[in-house]
Design a protein around this ligand. Structure first.
Ligand SMILES: NC(=O)c1ccc[n+]([C@@H]2O[C@H](COP(=O)([O-])OP(=O)(O)OC[C@H]3O[C@@H](n4cnc5c(N)ncnc54)[C@H](O)[C@@H]3O)[C@@H](O)[C@H]2O)c1
Length: 309
């Protein structure tokens, strides 16, 4: 089996290679390092890194021709500047089209796409079932929703995994790294009143392995614990972990104009089809993350929100 992983130097991509890289005879990572880092990739003899963009159709075709992948994980995504609609559209829409067209031409047996819960917009039902209407309203959400539609309407046997906040090594987005970095630097933290679902990397990887099987069902699946937790709970766990039990947020803010009050995905249909469910508790998920930051530190923290928390 040969694997192409777009955006493979990112948080999910690098963890995927670390965890299942041995199952493939050859892996190519195609990444422009917009948010990923070359040094995140574990050194492996079977991994080749191609620096470039999924927007470059010639490059995408060249990579497919030389690797002849049996499997594709489409993890590349643009989100870091919420005002850069053009870059988001190029990477998340045109880039996705380039990848699925090449996958069609090379008879790929399985493509796994990753989707943001922002595709559901402001949900009318929580936990959000996979059948909920799509009503994205941010550049990231809109462009990823279009990209996913191209993937699912292609000739390639495809699975789109709609993800909760996947928590694990090198996580550089969201409240956990933001609070850890700020509290450690003696800076104040604003906490929003929002609710999110968090899933441990090992649970995400166990679902991905099922989705990559060539005879597994295709379609769209929510990947989540189905449990919502407040951002205040995260703040408390981070502060306690850092030995700051008296720390308090400097402000408690309602969700910003481009944020969503409650995002909790309902994994029931995924469990019914794959027999999969998340095994790691919320507390253990966050604690594992914080111990990882203790050991390896944090560099960048990204956000797809306009208003920084
Ligand atoms: N991590 C999560 O919890 C989560 C939740 C929902 C959805 N997702 C989706 O999962 C995927 C991976 O997310 P992540 O958390 O690893 O983010 P990430 O930013 O760490 O990884 C994305 C990677 O894509 C690369 N990239 C960006 N533009 C590119 C381009 N034009 N060509 C090639 N590479 C490009 C980046 O450099 C980066 O390495 C994304 O599609 C994201 O939308 C992730």
């Amino acid at each position: 089996m040969r694997l192409l992983i777009t955006g493979g130097a990112g948080s999910l991509g690098s963890n995927i290679i670390e965890n299942i890289g041995d199952e493939y005879e050859a892996i190519v990572v195609l990444d422009n390092f917009a948010t990923g880092k070359r040094e995140s990739l574990p050194p492996r003899n079977n991994v080749e890194i191609v620096e470039g963009s999924v927007v470059d159709a010639d490059l995408v075709n060249k990579v497919f021709s030389s690797l002849q992948p049996t499997h594709v994980i489409h993890s590349a995504a643009s989100y870091k500047d919420p005002n850069n609609w053009v870059e988001d559209s190029q990477t998340n829409v045109i880039g996705s089209i380039n990848v699925v067209r090449a996958a069609e031409a090379h008879a790929v047996t399985r493509l796994v796409n990753f989707q943001t819960a922002l595709c559901y917009g402001r949900p009318t039902q929580v936990p959000i079932p996979v059948t909920h209407a799509l009503q994205p309203f941010t550049s990231y959400g809109i462009s990823k929703t279009a990209g996913e539609a191209f993937v699912l309407n292609s000739q390639v046997p495809s699975v789109s995994l709609r993800l909760a906040n996947v928590t694990g090594p090198r996580l550089a987005i969201g409240p956990i790294p933001a609070f850890y970095k700020r509290l450690k630097a003696g800076e104040g933290c604003s906490v929003s009143t929002t609710v999110r679902d968090f899933i441990d990397m090992t649970d995400f990887i166990s679902m991905l392995k099922l989705a990559l099987k060539s005879d597994a069902p295709i379609g769209i699946f929510n990947v989540s614990t189905g449990e919502g937790h407040t951002i205040s709970e995260i703040f408390r766990l981070v502060a306690d972990h850092l030995g700051m039990p008296d720390a308090q947020p400097v402000a408690i803010n309602p969700p910003g104009a481009d944020d969503v009050a409650e995002v909790v995905l309902d994994p029931t249909a995924t469990t019914q089809v794959f027999g999969w469910s998340a095994m790691v508790s919320f507390e253990e998920t966050i604690n594992k993350m914080l111990h990882w930051y203790d050991a390896y530190g944090i560099t960048d923290v990204f956000s797809h929100l306009q208003e920084k928390k």
